[in-house]
Design a protein around this ligand. Structure first.
Ligand code: GLU
Length: 422
């Protein structure tokens, strides 16, 4: 790239390269995983409310199917392009593998700003995209889900469109559908729940316990709210939460249920009636705490502010909240970071459970679902920690992110080898 900035795909390929080298996997593993198996590019003509026709560009990248059907979300974003989608699809192969799911990786995208569309335009675009990719997806082939800019309603339109094309209902072809249309209510909070479980397991390992520890949560959207809520339910003390309105800090503990209600009714967590209010949303990154859950956006912990971060265990609810430079500083200081691909996998793990329900036409209770997701997440994080520990004693300076990529690539490698691909 002319700016000298590394693209997301280049960055993902560097990470892949590092894990292949670190674990000593054959070069053929890199050769296969650095390219998607199949790429579909589609044009979606949509009649806009003003009578004009706009043709949107979309993609579905099917990256690798060694472990099972392709699985991964659909992103509606104005800046997405095919290269970014390829990187995201590679990321899903690794995330699904790391988390022990019987899936390969895929990702779809449409170049659009969904906020600029009316509800009718959004529906026509979603149905158009589902029709366009229909020949290459299926409940045993490729199973999309929401991602940035898409949601359960969009999944409902897509599953309807696909089912109409088939002539019968196919609930398992999209996941994270509304609970009233073959979905599961746990999906609403599964990502944040998983982030709390990841934080708990890591804290128990490195700090001896999670109960009574001080937890701070950066970001109070779908992930942050439930990461905070379940941290409190697991016995930790949530001392800070923040959104773009600012940070609420209370060393005596925040009533997370109340904070969620305040956020729901006023849109701003800063309206929480108690505690200290700090205008800086990033103050939650710097408060005195043992566990930090950055659950908003990428690049919030950087080399220029990492020295203010006091937590010893981090659980990344967001994607890419810690830059590589900051990560190095934190590890040198003895902190550990459960990386995003493990700590925010609650969403896709729940997708898997919903898909199993859909294939059986049988639903578990919310309580039963939660038990299953908890045991899957807990085992995944424990397995990752033990790989991290063994790599660290063999190779020295490695991070839990390195270990995550090694675990992920290893599982795909074994499947490809057994299948005779390499
Ligand atoms: N888009 C989410 C992710 O990146 C969910 C994917 C899925 O459920 O298939 O993990």
């Amino acid at each position: 790239m002319s700016s000298g900035k590394v693209s997301y795909l280049q960055w993902m390929l560097q990470v892949l390269r590092r894990s292949v080298d670190l674990a000593g996997f054959p070069e053929e593993v890199y050769q296969i995983l650095s390219k998607p198996e199949r790429v579909l590019m589609v044009s979606i003509p949509v009649r806009m409310d003003n009578g004009k026709l706009v043709v949107f560009e979309g993609y579905r990248v099917q990256h690798n199917s060694a472990l099972g059907p392709y699985k991964g979300g659909i992103r509606f974003h104005p800046e997405v392009d095919l290269e970014t989608d390829m990187a995201l699809a590679l990321g899903m192969t690794l995330k699904n593998s790391l988390n022990g799911l019987p899936y390969g990786g895929g990702k779809g995208a449409v170049k659009v700003d969904p906020k600029k569309l009316s509800q009718g335009e959004l529906e026509r675009l979603s149905r158009g995209y589902a029709r366009a990719i229909a020949p290459l997806i299926g409940d045993l082939v490729d199973i999309p889900a929401p991602d940035v800019g898409t949601n359960p309603q969009i999944m409902a339109w897509m599953v309807d469109e696909y089912s109409k094309l088939k002539g019968y209902n196919v609930p398992g072809v999209f996941t994270a559908k509304p609970p009233d249309l073959w979905g599961n209510p746990v999906r609403l909070y599964s990502t944040g729940f998983g982030t709390a479980v990841a934080g708990r397991v890591a804290a128990e390992k490195y700090l001896g316990t999670f109960e009574g520890l001080r937890v701070s949560v950066h970001g109070f959207g779908n992930v942050g709210q439930y990461a905070a809520l379940f941290s409190a339910k697991f016995g930790a003390k949530v001392v800070a939460v923040s959104d773009t309105s600012g940070t609420v800090y209370d060393p005596n503990g925040i009533d997370v249920e109340l904070a969620i209600k305040v956020k729901e009714s006023t849109g701003k967590v800063i309206n929480y009636p108690k505690g200290e209010k700090i205008p800086d949303p990033d103050a939650s990154l710097y408060v005195d705490c043992e566990v930090l859950m950055p659950s908003a956006i990428e690049n919030v912990i950087r080399e220029d502010n990492v020295n203010k971060v006091k937590a010893k265990v981090l659980s990344e609810g967001a994607n890419g909240p810690t830059t590589p430079g900051a990560e190095k500083v934190l590890y040198e200081r003895g902190a550990v970071i459960v990386p995003d691909i493990a700590a925010n996998a609650g969403g896709v793990v729940m997708s898997y459970l919903e898909w199993v329900e859909n294939l059986q036409w049988y639903w578990w209770s919310e309580e039963e679902t939660l038990k299953r997701i908890e045991s899957i997440m807990e085992n995944n994080i424990k397995r990752l920690i033990s790989k991290y520990e063994s790599l660290r004693s063999e190779k020295g300076l490695v991070t839990m992110r390195d270990a995550a990529f090694v675990v992920a690539v290893e599982r795909v490698y074994k499947a490809m080898k057994l299948r005779g691909w390499i």
